[in-house]
Structure formats: C-alpha cells, structure tokens
Write a protein that binds this ligand. Structure first.
Ligand code: PSU
Ligand code: MN
Length: 301
C-alpha cells in the first residue's frame, strides 16, 4: 500500500471484505459551512451512509498523511479549524504533503485519495465547474479535470448554480465524463431541482447507475462519472430567491476582488447570509440525500 496513505481500521476491513464504502470530502467541513453545523453535518452524513448499508470514509490530509476514514475528534478538529486549514486541490497536494501540513480536500483531491485507497463511490454536495465569465477569467475548477482522469463516481446535487452550467456540461462532454440524472432528465442546480439543461442520461435505480459504472470499468476507461441527484422537493430553494442571492454574491466577488480558490467558499457563505440561512439548510439536506444514494449505489457495486 502507498506509504503516504493511512486508512482507518474500519474502512480497511470493509475494503478487504469487499463491502460497500463511500468516500466523503472535507472542504465542505472546513470551508463549506461554519462551526458547529459543519461538524454536526459531517457526522449526520456519516450516519446516513451507515443507515444505507455502507461504511463512510471521510477524507482529509493531516500532518502530511492522506487520511481515509476520520475519527470523530479529527472531524471536530477540521470543523473548529475552519478556514485556517488549507483548502487542498490536486495542485496543492505535493507541498502540503512535503511540509507535513493539514489540508481539507476538495472534490478533486478527495477523488485522488479515494482512488488510491480503492474506493469507487464518493458523495458530496456540489462539484466545482466552469465559472460564469470563464471566457475571460479561465476559472475552471480542477474538479472537472479530475473527473476526466480518475475513475471514481461522484454523487452530487448538480453543479452549483453560481457556475455556468452550460459550459460545465460542455467541458464534461469534451472530457468524456458521463452525466447521469438520478430519476430526472433535467440537470439539477444544487439549490433547486431543475435548470435549463438536460442530463446525458436518466437512470432510475442505484442498480442501473452501478451497471453503467461497471461498464466503464469493463471498457478500461480512466474517466469518472457524475451522478446528479436533485435536492428533495421540500428542501429546494425557490429559483427566484436563490438566483437573486447568487447575482448579489457574484457582484460582491467583483467589488471585493476575490480571486482564485477563495471564490467558491466566499460565494457559498455570502449566499447563506443573503438567504438568512435558508440555503444552508438546503445544502445540508442535499448532502444527506446524496450520501444515502451513494451508499445504495456502492452496495450494488
Ligand atoms: N460544494 C459545496 N460546498 C463546498 C464545495 C462544493 O456545497 O464547500 C467545495 C468542494 O470541495 C469543491 C470545491 O470541490 O468547493 C470547488 O472549489 P473550486 O471551485 O475552487 O475548485
Ligand atoms: Mn477556481
């Protein structure tokens, strides 16, 4: 096994016995929500994975080690540290490791570590994508490149509506990443169940999704797969309200000259305050919903 990686005894045992395991990211803990909701949510997400028949493996970098399966106190540590922990995507990993630092992993780096550990399914909230205005800024999340080159299935509630959804889909098409709608023909947009875009394929059962993923492995494809699972109806945000908040938050990014990897966490927290916390509730519910589906898919694999 890779020298850098430390898999918890429970996850290790589950993998050895070919039992279902679901990877979970940690940037959502440190940068996606604030303390203590971040820790509470991370624990509820793990519980949901268990209730749906799989073992949760929350992933982070601690002291320069790739940790797969965190203890409750490690999750609490990341939650309390919040933005003091580095947000670590693929390009950040070499320096964080060589300096023996801590890092909260994004979708991209969580995929890398999950794959090293032999985990096939990963649940998150929303993925990074092509930002609005990327024609000039070139702000395209490394999450998309990772989906293009790492064979892990990512279950999300669609790309965040702060992004350019159309360009995000174009990018994924170019890279050969299938976008599967779970029980829907329409691409969900994280806070809401619909958008102006269609998914490539609609599949209605965890078995069918597992089947498509298995076929990609039979083909020896290196690409991952994106499963878009709409937020449950009762927790979805009214589109007008969320779009107004997004517009305002994007304007703030301009006004305050927020750049680079700060943009996504800034937008998310701005939207929480602009919606009086309603978007946070939506965010929590959709992550739980994705954790349940990911666990059921993992069980089918
Ligand atoms: N979705 C959320 N909360 C988050 C993120 C996504 O609901 O905190 C994080 C994920 O870790 C994702 C990252 O990989 O934002 C994307 O950041 P960027 O756009 O800088 O690549
Ligand atoms: Mn970016």
């Amino acid at each position: 096994m890779n020298q850098l990686i430390e898999i918890s005894p429970e996850v290790s045992k589950a993998l050895a016995e070919h039992r279902p395991v679901v990877a979970l990211e940690s940037t959502i803990i440190s940068h996606g929500m604030s303390y203590p909701q971040n820790v509470e949510t991370a624990c509820r997400v793990e519980q949901t994975v268990r209730q749906n028949g799989a073992v949760p493996a929350t992933i982070a970098i601690l002291g320069g080690r790739l940790k797969v399966g965190l203890t409750d106190s490690e999750i609490d540590y990341l939650g309390r540290q919040g933005r003091r922990v580095a947000k670590v995507s693929r390009r950040d990993m070499p320096v964080v490791l060589s300096r023996h630092q801590d890092g909260a992993t994004t979708v991209a780096s969580t995929m890398i570590i999950a794959h090293l550990a032999g985990i096939k399914v990963f649940a998150t909230g929303g993925i990074g994508g092509v930002h609005r205005g990327a024609e000039t800024t070139m702000d395209i999340s490394a999450d998309l490149e990772e989906l293009a080159q790492t064979p892990v299935m990512v279950v999300c509630a669609g790309p965040k509506a702060i992004l350019d959804l159309g360009l995000t889909l174009e990018y994924l098409e170019t890279k050969g990443v299938p976008v599967i709608g779970y029980g829907t023909d329409t691409l969900p947009a994280f806070y809401s169940r619909t958008s102006a875009y269609k998914v490539d394929y609609r599949l209605d059962t965890p078995q069918d999704i597992a089947g498509a993923f298995a076929a990609a492995r039979d083909l020896n494809f290196r690409t991952g797969m994106l499963v878009a699972n709409p937020v449950p109806e009762e927790y979805a945000m009214p589109e007008q309200e969320i779009n107004a908040a997004i517009e305002k938050a994007l304007q703030e990014v301009q006004n305050q000259s927020i750049k680079g990897k700060e943009i996504t966490p800034f937008l998310l927290s701005k939207i929480v305050s602009l919606t009086d916390g309603k978007s946070l509730e939506t965010n929590i519910r959709l992550v739980l919903n994705n954790a349940a589906l990911a666990a059921r898919i993992a069980a089918c694999l």
